[in-house]
Design a protein around this ligand. Structure first.
Ligand code: F6R
Length: 252
């Protein structure tokens, strides 16, 4: 695992967008795994800038989003489908038929999970997976305790996650209690993984993910076992890491 620390969130975001652009430059038909939430917002803005100003084309790219709230349709402003449209897809040239996000309003959740996992097997593996990390160490919506062998599933969100995500809703009662999420096994199958974390609220989870034991108690710790995983952190998110043996931390 490689850990790169940036002075601030803006520089981290520029670097992450560059990594995505390099991937697309090397392989126009790349399959990208995408995250939502607050952290990647500026990465997507930077990517849009590269599309507009440097001619980066996403026209042959396929995308898979990690997750979607169960019970929200894509027209709900807090849905991840809406977020992706607003923050990325409407500004770039990726055809929407190459975009995949679980349907939060599918008639049957189990069937939707099977459909999504099937698409991942058919069109994958993901070349570059972007991840955020929850304060509790979740990746995707794989909360503590999730089996490492898990595939796309309907997840019960923890009170922690509901509280952390209430900022995107009018009231915390409005936060859906469940989500469809790619599983940990589905995420680990990506060829390359880039995890973004910003701010002091992530410091403890980040430190445990990079130097703690690999344990289902902290889902992101599994990333220590991935052959090509990079953590991009700002100073605050990196502040809990004890620069112990064996961990190469690069500062940019
Ligand atoms: C979102 C996702 C989540 C977030 C995580 C951090 O698609 O899968 O794991 O990445 O909850 O969210 P933010 O960036 O809002 O702190």
């Amino acid at each position: 695992m490689e850990v790169i620390v940036f002075p601030d969130y803006a520089k981290l975001s520029v670097y992450a967008a560059q990594m995505m652009a390099t991937q697309i430059g090397n392989k126009a038909t790349s399959v990208l795994g995408l995250a939502t939430g607050g952290t990647p917002v500026q990465t997507y803005q930077e990517l849009v800038g590269l599309h507009r100003e440097e001619g980066l084309s996403l026209s042959e790219v396929t995308t898979f989003n990690l997750d979607e709230y169960w019970g929200l349709s894509g027209s709900h402003p807090a849905s991840y489908r809406y977020y992706m449209w607003e923050n990325l897809f409407r500004h770039v040239d990726v055809p929407m038929e190459q975009v995949h996000i679980p349907h939060g309003d599918a008639p049957d959740a189990m069937e939707e999970c099977r459909r999504y996992e099937g698409l991942l097997s058919e069109l994958g593996p993901i070349d570059l997976q972007i991840l955020g990390i929850g304060n509790n160490g979740h990746i995707g919506f794989n909360e503590p305790g999730t089996e490492f062998g898990s595939i796309t599933a309907l997840i019960d969100l923890t009170p922690d996650t509901i509280a952390a995500n209430a900022r995107f809703f009018e009231a915390s009662e409005d936060v859906p209690r469940q989500a469809i999420s790619m599983g940990i096994k589905s995420i680990m199958q990506a060829r390359q993984i880039v995890l973004l974390a910003s701010g002091a609220s992530k410091a403890e989870a980040v430190a445990k993910a990079v130097t703690g034991p690999v344990s289902t108690a902290l889902p992101a710790s599994i990333l220590q076992l991935h052959p090509q995983c990079t953590f991009l952190l700002d100073e605050a998110a990196a502040s809990g890491i004890d620069n112990g043996e064996g961990l190469a931390v690069k500062r940019m």
